[in-house]
Design a protein around this ligand. Sequence first.
Ligand code: HXC
Length: 520
Amino acid sequence: MNPRIEEFRKLYEQALIGAGKEAIEAQHARGKLTARERVELLVDPGSFLEIDMFVRHRATEFGMDKRWVWGDAVVTGLAKIDGRRAVVIAQDFTFMGGSLGEMHAAKIVKAMQFALSQGVPIVFLNDSGGARIQEGVDSLRGYGDIFYMNVMASGVVPQIAAIMGPCAGGAVYSPALMDFIVMVKKTSFMFITGPRVVKAAIGETVDEQQLGGPEVHATKSGQADFLAEDDKDAVGIIRKLLSYLPSNNMEDPPVIRVGDPPDRSAPELDDVVPEDPNAPYDMYKIINAVLDVGSFFEVKSLWARNAITGFGRLDGRTVCVVANQPNYMAGVLDIDSSDKIAEHVRFCDSFNIPILTFVDVPGYMPGTRQEHGGIIRHGAKVLYAYSEATVPKLTVIVRKAYGGAYIAMGSKHLGADFVAAWPTAEIAVMGPEGAAEIIWRRELEAVKDPQERAKLLAKFTEEYRNKFANPYVAASRGYIDAVIQPSDTRRVLAKALDALSTKREVRIWVPPKKHGLIPV
Ligand code: HXC
């Protein structure tokens, strides 16, 4: 063999091993896989086309002339996932903690440019100590370049980040600018400043997991969309998520039929809504009965649980699912659930995924905590997101649809294409009790005996409920398109989705503008 080819083979082997066997063992001892092992699990066998394997850093300061590794601690390339192309970026913690220097960043940017020019999703597996301290401002520039590319790619190709180790400092902003974040339990964390800086700056004592562990981000901050048990599970979640999405904003999502007939009746739905209008029930029952069997895939399942967001399929077509959850805080719209819904609707609109909304909402959440926290601004996001969405919008009003929340949750007035209501729907300015107390305030105040007053209030409440808390007033105005039997919901929605499959947006005149200004 030509000695230069022999030399190449040696270098290639070296590059595959990266920082060496010991470093790989240490990575395994942390409960983590290496970058290459992760890529192998993620992509279809034999499909990975690696680029920039022989990139090296060029810093010389602080001993950097003595330590280097082929690939500069990140593996990048193009691959297939379930037969569809994607760009994969995997940071290699085994060399200098996967820290990001000039060339490491340049590799990532090149891969992202490739994803943009080819119109394929970006999957970024993070495992890094952040900006490589030895490379100073060149590291910062690298982050800047990556953030810029994240923004350029936003709404063009899906961007999915997995956090599989540290993600600290400014490094958190690349995942934050992407569309979905998967965090691996026990081994990952994300924060702007670590426990030591927190202690020094504000005197607070907290550990890594309490500050920015996966559970914290999945339940409290809403930053993590998915929680994974381990690296393998994270990769499985990414593969599943991609199966619902188109490769870019010019394509439709893939159609995957599982043999569930679109005209299947769901008789169990006729008994889901309790007779007592204030009794809770589980919205998941409705979602699962309507969608293709086993197709519901929830996003942010542990955060703002009064709203449900996710993907599903209806007769094989991907749909964006948005719902209120009467089982949790009565399904009220508060700051977090508004953010959750608005974000999901905007993602789905960007990527041509029809929006299917199930409504049972008593209104926006009252009180000083919400008002002072900015419920006005956050609640407005829901209105904005639904109004600007041009994909097919289908809405089912299951029970309560009160006040501003009725308008916000995919109403006809914000451009819904098809709105159905169950006979149990109550569409009104507010709940019957509150309405009766206002309308008949004088009559009620005139009755001094509390028991008598309560009886009178019940009578007025019933009167109001009979008049407005039903779907027929809204139906008489054409604000809803159909009143349907619950068991027919799947059949009706499948027909409506099919009817809307060639939707072209016809809008009242919109003046030219650079971009709108969603309240943030
Ligand atoms: C250079 C780094 C590094 C970094 C880790 N290493 N982070 N080298 N720059 N940012 C190196 C370590 O020196 C060590 O090298 C090896 O990686 C493994 O790190 P350990 O500390 O031994 O591992 P572990 O105990 O698992 O801790 C990992 C860690 C910790 C939590 C990531 O290393 C750490 O806290 N690093 C600093 C994190 C940080 O503050 N980053 C923010 C930088 S500023 P040896 O030679 O011993 O193997 C930033 C701002 C970006 O990111 C701004 C963009 C706008």
